[in-house]
Design a protein around this ligand. Structure first.
Ligand code: EPU
Length: 418
C-alpha cells in the first residue's frame, strides 16, 4: 500500500499552480448526460474521483478521452439508466447522475452511496426536492428508483443548504415544464460553475451564486465547451502549507475571492497575504496567533479547509477554537495529529487547539479521508523527523500530485510504493 513520507523542517518558497476543481469537474461531467454529442472540458484535474466519474459515464455508454487537462466526452442516447453500487460506493458524488438521467430519460436507478468517514451524509434532501418536481421515488434493495414522465417546475425549499442537492435539482430542473425556483440554494462557486456550463448547453438558469436560483425549463440542450474553475480547496491547502513553514509562497491560477474566508482568518492570525487577479501570496511570518473558526456554507469558512487550518493553529501562539458545523464526524484527523504531539481537545463538533510552535514530532499516521490526509501531510512539513502518512489513496481522490507541487516549493516529500 502506498504512503507518503514527509521530512519536516524545510521552509517552502516559490510559486505553485492550482489545478481544476474536483468538486466542479464532477457535477459538470455528470451534466454532459443531458445532451447527446461531444462535450469538451478543459482544466479537468487528474484525480481518482474524476476517473471514477468517467468510469460511470462509460458504463452508461459514453466514451471519454483525455489529452492533457482536456477531456472530451461523447454522449450517446442512453439505454442503461443504472448507476451500480460498485461505482457509487467508491465515490458518493455518483448520486449526481440521478438528476440528469431522470430529467432526460424519465427514469433512473442509482445505488445509495453507503457510509462515509466524515458523517452520515444522507441524500434525503436530493430525493425530497426531486419529489417536489413530480418524481416518484422508492428506495429498494439499496437502490433509489426514480421515475417521472415529465418533471414539473415548482418551488423547492432546501431546509439545509446542500451543494450536491442543489446541483442535482439544477440538472433535473433544466427539462422540467415551467419554472423551478430553488430557495436556500447552495452558493458555492462549484454550483455557479455547473450553472454556467448548463447555460452554455442552452439551459435558462439565473441567480446561481445567490440563495435563490430560478430555472426556466427548456426542450433540449446541446453539447458545449467549458473550462473548469480552479480548485479553491487545493489553493487554500497550498497557501496554508507555505504559511506553516514560514515561507513566501505564491499560489497561482486561482480565484482569490473564492478564498476570502480563509484569507481573512489568516490575516487575523497575523499573516500578511497579498492578492492579485489570479494569485495569492503568503509572506514569511514567524509568530502567528490562535484564531477561532466555524465552518459554514460558502462564503463562510469551508469545511474542506478545516483540517488543514487546524494544523496551522497547532503552531500558533495561543488557543484556537475550531467548530465544525457542516459534518458531524469531521475531526478524524485530531487523533492522528495528537500522535504527532499536537495539543488538541476534541468534543463532538468543537476542537480546542493549544498552539505550540515546533511541538510536532514525526510518526507514522493514518489518513482517514481526503482532507484529513492533506492535513497530515501539512503537519509533516513542520514535524521534527519523518512523518509517514499511510492510506494515502485518499489524497489521490482530490489532489493532483500534491507531493510534486510541495516538492517544487522545496519540501522533502516522497511517495513509497510498498
Ligand atoms: N445533507 C443532508 N441531506 C441531504 C444532503 C445533505 O442532511 O440530502 C447534509 C449533509 O449531511 C451535511 C450538509 O447537509 O451535513 C451539507 O452537505 P452537502 O450536501 O452540501 O455536501 P455534499 O454535496 O455531499 C459537497 C462536497 C464536499 C464538501 C461539501 C460541503 C462534492 C463532490 N463534495 O458535498 O467535498 O465538503 O459539499 O461543502 O462537491 C471534499 O471535497 O473533501 C468534500 C467532502
Amino acid at each position: 500500500m502506498e504512503s507518503v513520507v514527509v521530512r519536516g523542517g524545510k521552509v517552502l518558497e516559490g510559486e505553485v499552480s492550482v489545478s481544476g476543481a474536483k468538486n466542479s469537474a464532477l457535477p459538470v461531467l455528470f451534466s454532459t448526460l443531458l445532451a447527446e454529442g461531444t462535450h469538451t472540458l478543459h482544466n479537468v484535474p487528474r484525480l481518482k474521483d474524476v476517473e471514477s466519474t468517467c468510469q460511470l459515464l462509460e458504463l452508461l455508454g459514453c466514451k471519454t478521452q483525455r489529452e492533457g487537462t482536456t477531456l472530451t466526452i461523447q454522449v450517446p442516447t442512453l439505454s442503461n439508466f443504472e448507476a451500480h453500487y460498485d461505482v457509487v460506493r467508491k465515490m458518493r458524488a455518483s448520486i449526481l447522475c440521478l438528476g440528469p438521467i431522470l430529467a432526460k430519460y424519465g427514469q433512473a436507478q442509482v445505488s445509495l452511496p453507503g457510509g462515509c468517514a466524515i458523517g452520515t451524509r444522507p441524500i434525503n434532501l436530493h430525493l425530497e426536492a426531486l419529489k417536489t418536481l413530480g418524481a416518484e421515488i422508492t428506495v429498494e434493495k439499496g437502490y433509489v428508483h426514480a421515475s417521472a414522465k415529465k418533471l414539473r417546475g415548482d418551488t423547492v425549499l432546501f431546509e439545509t443548504a446542500t451543494v450536491g442537492g442543489t446541483e442535482n435539482i439544477l440538472m433535473a430542473a433544466v427539462f422540467a415544464e415551467g419554472k423551478t425556483i430553488i430557495e436556500n440554494a447552495a452558493k458555492e462557486p462549484e454550483v455557479v460553475d455547473l450553472a454556467n456550463y448548463l447555460n452554455k448547453m442552452g439551459a435558462q438558469i439565473k441567480g446561481a451564486g445567490s440563495s435563490i436560483i430560478t430555472v426556466e425549463g427548456v426542450e433540449s440542450l446541446h453539447p458545449s465547451e467549458h473550462t473548469i474553475i480552479p480548485d479553491r480547496i487545493e489553493a487554500g491547502t497550498l497557501l496554508i502549507a507555505g504559511a506553516l513553514t514560514g515561507g513566501k509562497v505564491k499560489v497561482t491560477d486561482c480565484i482569490p475571492e473564492h478564498l476570502d474566508a480563509l484569507i481573512s482568518k489568516m490575516r487575523e492570525s497575523g499573516f500578511q497575504i497579498s492578492t492579485e487577479e489570479s494569485s495569492i501570496t503568503v509572506h514569511p511570518c514567524t509568530v502567528w496567533k490562535g484564531v477561532d473558526i466555524t465552518t459554514t456554507p460558502h462564503p463562510g469558512f469551508a469545511t474542506d479547509l478545516q483540517a488543514q487550518f487546524m494544523v496551522l493553529m497547532t503552531q500558533a501562539k495561543g488557543t484556537s477554537v475550531i467548530t465544525e458545523s457542516i459534518f458531524e464526524n469531521r475531526f478524524m484527523h485530531v487523533q492522528e495529529l495528537s500522535r504527532l504531539g499536537a495539543d488538541i481537545t476534541p468534543k463532538t463538533r468543537v476542537a480546542v487547539v493549544r498552539g505550540r510552535k515546533g511541538g510536532l514530532e514525526g510518526a507514522p499516521v493514518m489518513a482517514t479521508d481526503l482532507r484529513a490526509s492533506a492535513s497530515l501531510v501539512l503537519a509533516g512539513l513542520v514535524a521534527h523527523g519523518a512523518t509517514k502518512v499511510n492510506r494515502i489513496y485518499h489524497l489521490d481522490r482530490g489532489y493532483e500530485n500534491l507531493e510534486a507541487k510541495l516538492r517544487s516549493l522545496g519540501a522533502d516529500v516522497e511517495r513509497l510504493h510498498q
